[in-house]
Design a protein around this ligand. Structure first.
Ligand code: PLP
Length: 284
């Protein structure tokens, strides 16, 4: 694989980042994941805009313009012959000479930017046909989940807790209400109505979430943006999650309780179809 590191395209084995990099030492960095279908980028504009917001919330400047970023994404797709999969992008506050909690002067310490590709079957996902099982866990993450930081230890632990329980993912609970999945936004469907948590600093503002809700409204489906409890979720007709790499993925059980008849629900399946069809058309 060819990866991109600070202005250069290099073979992955030759790519280097400093041991003093603040991404490595402090998880002081942000990331984005953009999907690729038919060799084209999905939702590039949305990911690039959210990246700028994440950076600005952390007082960081982007080392590249949006146009340059698009070109880097496309060049990596070309160099790696990527037809379907993801592009991972990470920008950290760079490598200061000494380990110090205080941010270094950006004039002296430029950010580190890394991008790499990952090939994966996304559209024809076996998991989408069977649906996934989730468990609920406490949400003990920090309070700025609207910033897409590389601080992903607790979500990783959540995935492991899910695996240990024979499930696929965990939905996190704060003050009795579901915030989101470990790496996705969470939805339930009741009486045909799609319910998903309102935006705020408690969740990541999913790019897929925004698009899926727009498609749902355009298809005359009723959408309610409000928080919901795990008890309400267990009594829902169906549930699903969204993210850049899973699109729309049905959820068939929560904490061992089957939803509906225990198979992917019609609303989730329809939204997945619409999302795939429309995003292929809009891909650049
Ligand atoms: N919520 C969290 C915590 C995530 O990590 C992600 C994606 O990585 C999402 C939601 C979904 O966001 P998007 O649709 O932009 O991929």
């Amino acid at each position: 694989r060819t990866v991109y590191v600070n202005g250069e395209y290099v073979p992955e084995d030759g790519a280097k980042v400093s041991v003093f990099d603040r991404g490595f030492l402090f998880a002081d960095g942000v990331y984005e994941v953009t999907s690729v279908l038919d060799g084209k980028l999905l939702e590039f504009e949305g990911h690039a805009t959210r990246l700028e917001r994440s950076l600005s919330e952390l007082d960081m400047a982007s080392p590249v313009t949006k146009d340059e970023l698009l070109e880097i994404h496309r060049e990596l797709v070309r160099r790696n012959d990527l037809t379907e999969g993801m592009i991972y992008l990470q920008i950290t506050r760079g490598a200061a000479a000494d380990r110090d909690f205080a941010f270094p002067d950006p004039e002296e310490t430029p950010p580190t930017i890394v991008l790499f590709t990952q090939s994966k079957n996304l559209a024809d996902s076996p998991a989408a046909k069977v649906g996934m099982k989730v468990i609920s866990i406490d949400d003990i993450r920090w309070g700025r989940r609207d910033i897409k930081t590389v601080q992903l230890l607790y979500p990783s632990m959540g995935k492991m807790m899910a695996k240990a329980a024979g499930a696929d993912d965990a939905w996190m609970i704060e003050d009795g209400h579901v915030t989101e999945g470990t790496s996705n936004n969470a939805y339930i469907v009741k009486g045909g109505k799609i319910i998903t948590r309102h935006l705020g600093s408690e969740i990541l503002h999913g790019i897929t979430r925004a698009t899926v809700l727009r498609f749902a409204r355009e298809a005359q489906m009723e959408v309610e943006e409000r928080h919901f409890t795990i008890e309400e979720a267990k009594e829902a007709d169906e549930a699903f999650i969204t993210s850049a790499s899973t699109f729309v993925m049905p959820v068939i059980a929560i904490d061992g309780v089957s939803l509906g008849d225990g198979t992917p629900g019609p609303v989730a399946q329809r939204l997945r179809e619409i999302y795939l069809e429309e995003s292929r058309k809009a891909a650049i």
